[in-house]
Write a protein that binds this ligand. Structure first.
Ligand code: PMP
Length: 364
């Protein structure tokens, strides 16, 4: 441990959700429900699965290290030049490249309270200082964040929508914040759940619209959520071409594998699957919210594919009791939310299972 970099010594590893097979083995059941990692209950598009399967025939060869075809398709779909795109092994790769390219030991990385747990981990990995700014009504307090910027602040993370709160920022306030940033501070707008936000709120902002105006803006998106490809690990960043060039310098060679590249490309062709995904999510969100109302539980209004509910007591034991009911959700005490559980929006029957289990466990 003493030999580790100073920031790394204090690190706690990122805690993923409990694997469903493990719980099923423990309980001796086969029908556990996992709504803990914001995965798509419909899974991937069948077109993506088929394309991935076909790509298996060529796995003896290295993938296209530049991901040319996927970048070309993304550029077309999103309406940006290919030179602005960086591909990642999940969008968490993009977040890491930004930190590696722009942050040195002793610098600071800024984010909001109740933000994605990876942000402080990335800062500490390069022995920089993670700075968490108190939230306002569970969401980002952009005024307080702007006031917290110092010459040492090299990267600011803003997740829109935010995980695990599901809160979102309006376009005018978010753009005004970006416009205020010093030129040497890179702002990452983490849009892992962008497509859900856009479906649930008619005036939901698209930060990509601003990349031409702000050369210090990086927008990250992913195939893990609405495209149901979490296991293949594909994400991307959109930025100024000069920033994309820097991100590509720190990007490991062949960071996105050939099966993932093929599946992601095919996923972009299946608009019907994406629409179904967003419909199921909108319906499931209503179902869970109505269920919480019936149970007398308060929750944070969310535009993501998850919702954080206040269980009215310490949530850790509730999480454990739900496990015994065969239901995996996410405790978020580590996010400064010890009374909340984050529940991924599932298919109707999965949501019903969670609500029934909550009813049992909470003795409502
Ligand atoms: N950003 C946020 C806010 C997230 O919640 C997640 C996934 N939990 C990610 C980024 C990273 O997802 P991935 O690496 O699978 O794209």
């Amino acid at each position: 441990t003493e030999r580790a970099a100073p920031g790394v010594r204090g690190l706690q590893p990122y805690q993923p959700g409990k694997p469903i097979e493990e719980l099923e083995r423990e309980l001796g059941i086969t029908n556990a429900v996992k709504l803990a990692s914001n995965e798509n209950p419909l899974g991937p598009s069948p077109l993506a699965v088929e394309a991935g399967r076909k790509a298996m025939t060529d796995v003896g060869l290295y993938p296209d290290g530049n991901g040319f075809r996927l970048k070309q398709k993304l550029a077309e779909r999103i309406g940006v030049a290919m030179e602005r795109i960086t591909l990642g092994n999940g969008s968490s790769d993009i977040l890491e490249f930004v930190v590696r390219a722009f942050v040195q030991p002793g610098d600071t990385v800024l984010f909001s309270e109740h933000a994605f747990a990876i942000y402080p981990i990335l800062a500490m990995t390069v022995s920089a200082k993670p700075v968490s700014v108190p939230a306002r009504e569970w969401g980002h307090d952009l005024a307080a964040m702007a006031a917290a910027i110092t010459p040492e602040t090299k990267v600011v993370f803003v997740a829109n929508p935010n995980n695990p709160t599901g809160t979102w920022l309006r376009g005018d306030e978010l753009e005004a914040f970006i416009a205020k940033m010093p030129a040497e501070t890179v702002v990452v707008v983490d849009e892992a759940y962008f497509e859900y936000g856009r479906r649930l709120e008619s005036d939901y902002p698209d930060a990509v619209a601003w990349v031409e105006k702000y050369p210090n803006l990086v927008v990250s998106r992913t195939f893990s959520k609405c495209h149901g490809l979490a296991g293949l690990r594909v994400g991307y960043g959109i930025s100024h071409p000069g920033v994309a060039d820097l991100l590509n310098r720190v990007r490991p060679p062949f960071n996105v594998n050939s099966v993932a590249l093929a599946a992601a490309e095919a996923a972009l062709d299946d608009d019907a699957h994406l629409s179904r995904t967003l419909e199921v999510n909108a319906e499931g969100m209503k179902q869970l919210a109505a269920g919480f109302d019936t149970l007398g539980l308060s929750y944070i209004g969310s535009v993501g594919n998850f919702i954080s509910v206040n269980v009215g007591r310490e949530a850790g034991p509730v999480y454990e009791a739900l496990l015994r009911e065969g239901v995996i959700v996410r405790p978020i005490a580590g996010y400064g939310m010890p009374d909340h559980l984050r529940i991924t929006i599932g298919a109707a029957e999965q949501n019903e299972r969670v609500l029934t289990a909550l009813n049992t466990v909470l003795g409502r």
